[in-house]
Design a protein. Structure first.
Lengths: 327, 299
């Protein structure tokens, strides 16, 4: 009996057309479905409540980007001003700087942090000794598990100009101390290097998984044909992970307007302000520190909209290239 | 002919061995680069001030000295931050898992009417969100600023984790299994708690760790939402103020007659905050790797 109702419920439209002469069949079937599966909706109430309150409700706050927010008038009482806030935003010199920095940091990451795991995975793939490989992987994955605050703190312990260990070594060798984190250009390079350090090991996982799926007979055949190590890397390994690379690249392209607040904030200091003003940092400063909610919201919205457009574009490109796409 | 052939093979083998050595050497160096920064910080935290000031501590502690650690354990505000972090992480993980499970199981059932629409509602949040300021205003309106709820509730739904759990349940719990349970008279609640969850233990462990480690490491929301009530700062935020911004001094430092080098103290606070992660890292690593693989398999 129970089985029958389940089948009725799951069979869906085909049975509906078969028994089309039953006038109230549809209603009865829905009733049976509801009797069986109402608990699914009951379960969904909890996550739906969370999403509606904490993800969708804040979206109404985006209206602030089109209002002149006055604390005295409140959120609803503040006057609509159309695109005035945006015009004011675009005219700010800090806005251009934040957009430039966001793009600069993310594109540099794309060049270095994106390629490092590929190279590292190719090297790890050459290792035959399982124990050696496992120990290396454990060490390489380690930085991924640390918070940006800890990484920032360690970075200053090592790279600080006054007492950082690396500078101590440099001085011991008779060279001048380097302001790794205390001068703008050095800071930029350190920021990127620390990003590579944090993510390169972790990034190999997906590539190694793709490489483990390669048929070993291909390598054997290539060896018989006299192909060397690098020939095999170029002609077998790389083509086999090409799709993985392309997919990840496209996903990263969609993120060039995004970026981590925590990473920049934990590594920045008062001496280096040239490259540390990114969009999320500026939103924080304008909004939460200075209370200019309208302008900060407008900046956040600008970033979110460009982000969505880039993701959609990336998805379109992926599909054009014959991939599944991301969405 | 044969001799020259075998000589060529031997030559190639030697050549290959050179590359083998090089590759292994590069990997060892890169791995050490990942490890040595910690070794240095640990060494510094255990060293005597004089050696640190003289910049003579590299990878090995000199003049063993645990004073910095005893200071940390005497500083009530740091211990309080640790307590806040543990509490928030535990509650957050439990709530996050409940929310994720309650969404993933129904969405994995093919008979669910409105499944596409409901899935879109959840997944849309992956691509678009209100952003920092609207989130902040919401927390403010809910009266959650300067409460621990601000660190627990907003992030407990993760569309990414939902995606992983949903496809895992969909592939591991076939509809036929569900149906046979239905014949025995079990409802969805029963099926979820006595069949689906016990069968999904590994993936549940992975996602719990995603939630827990993510919560433990994050400090952005605490920086935004915990302003006045200094008592509620989680460990990462405390560490940010203590070490990165260096605006906050140790409670005891002012009362302590013997001045000590802040560098040693900073190093020991970093070790203190890293230790919990380092202790569980060897055990959780494999779950994380599995999670990454599952996340990469898009449905």
């Amino acid at each position: 009996m129970a089985l029958k109702t389940v089948q009725n419920a799951t069979a869906g439209n085909e049975t509906a057309s078969l028994h089309s002469n039953a006038g109230n069949g549809k209603g009865r079937r829905f009733l049976a479905y509801w009797r069986n599966d109402w608990q699914l909706y009951a379960l969904l109430l909890v996550p739906l409540a969370f999403v509606l309150v904490f993800k969708y409700a804040p979206m109404s706050g985006l209206m602030l980007a089109f209002k002149e927010y006055k604390i005295a008038k409140g959120f609803w009482g503040s006057d609509w001003v159309g695109f005035e806030v945006f015009q004011e935003l675009f005219a700010k010199p800090d806005f251009g700087r934040a957009v430039r920095n966001t793009l600069l940091l993310n594109i540099s990451d794309l060049i270095f942090s994106f390629t490092a795991p590929i190279i590292l995975a190719l090297l790890l793939n050459e290792v035959k000794n399982v124990a050696f490989k496992r120990v290396n992987q454990t060490l390489l994955y380690l930085p991924h598990f640390l918070s940006w605050v800890i990484i920032g703190a360690i970075a200053y312990q090592l790279l600080g100009e006054g007492s950082g260990m690396i500078n101590n070594v440099i001085e011991a060798m008779g060279l001048d101390r380097v302001p790794f984190l205390q001068e703008d250009t050095h800071w930029l390079i350190s920021y990127i290097a620390i990003g590579v350090w944090q993510s390169m090991g972790w990034g190999t996982i997906i590539y190694l998984a793709a490489m483990s799926g390669i048929n070993p007979e291909m390598y054997e055949a290539a060896t018989v044909d006299g192909a060397g190590r690098f020939r095999k890397m170029r002609s077998i390994t790389l083509p086999s992970i090409r799709m993985t690379i392309v997919t990840l690249l496209i996903m990263n392209l969609g993120n060039v307007m995004g970026g981590s607040f925590e990473r920049v904030f934990a590594l920045s200091n008062k001496a280096t302000t040239e490259y540390t003003t990114t969009i999320p940092v500026l939103v924080y400063r304008w909004g939460i520190e200075s209370g200019n909610f309208s302008r900060a919201t407008a900046l956040g919205l600008f970033q979110a909209v460009i982000g969505v457009v880039l993701v959609l574009l990336a998805d379109r490109i992926a599909k054009k290239l014959g991939e599944d796409g991301l969405i | 002919m044969q001799i020259s052939n075998s000589r060529a093979v031997a030559k190639r083998r030697i050549k290959a061995d050179v590359w083998d050595v090089l590759i292994h050497a590069v990997l060892v160096i890169v791995s050490l680069v990942c490890l040595l920064p910690f070794v240095h910080v640990v060494a510094k935290s255990l060293s005597e001030d004089a050696y640190v000031i003289a910049q003579k501590v590299f990878l090995w502690p000199r003049g063993i000295n645990l004073e910095a650690y005893s200071k940390i354990f005497a500083d009530r505000s740091i211990l309080r931050s640790l307590y806040v972090s543990v509490l928030v992480t535990a509650v957050f993980t439990v709530i996050g898992m409940i929310v994720t499970i309650f969404a993933a199981y129904p969405l994995s059932r093919p008979q669910l009417k409105g499944r596409t629409f409901l899935t879109v509602i959840f997944m849309f949040t992956l691509y678009f969100s209100g952003g920092i300021i609207p989130d902040y205003l919401l927390i403010n309106n809910l009266g959650m600023l300067d409460t621990l709820w601000a660190l627990i509730l907003p992030l407990s739904f993760s569309a990414f984790n939902l995606l992983i759990l949903r496809s895992s349940i969909a592939s591991s719990i076939p509809v036929s299994l569900e149906e046979s349970a239905r014949i025995d008279g079990a409802g969805h609640f029963r099926i979820l708690f006595s069949i689906v969850l016990p069968l999904s233990k590994p993936i549940l462990a992975t996602l719990s760790l995603f939630y827990a480690v993510g919560r433990w490491n994050a400090y952005q929301d605490a920086l935004f939402y915990i302003k006045q009530n200094v008592e509620l700062r989680p460990l990462q935020l405390k560490l940010y103020y203590l070490v990165v911004q260096a605006s906050e001094s140790f409670q005891l430092e002012a009362t302590n007659v013997q001045l000590s080098n802040p560098e040693v103290l900073k190093a020991s606070v970093v070790v203190f905050a890293t230790l919990p992660i380092l202790c569980i890292y060897p055990f959780i690593q494999k779950y994380f790797v599995r999670g990454v693989m599952l996340g990469a398999v898009k449905e």
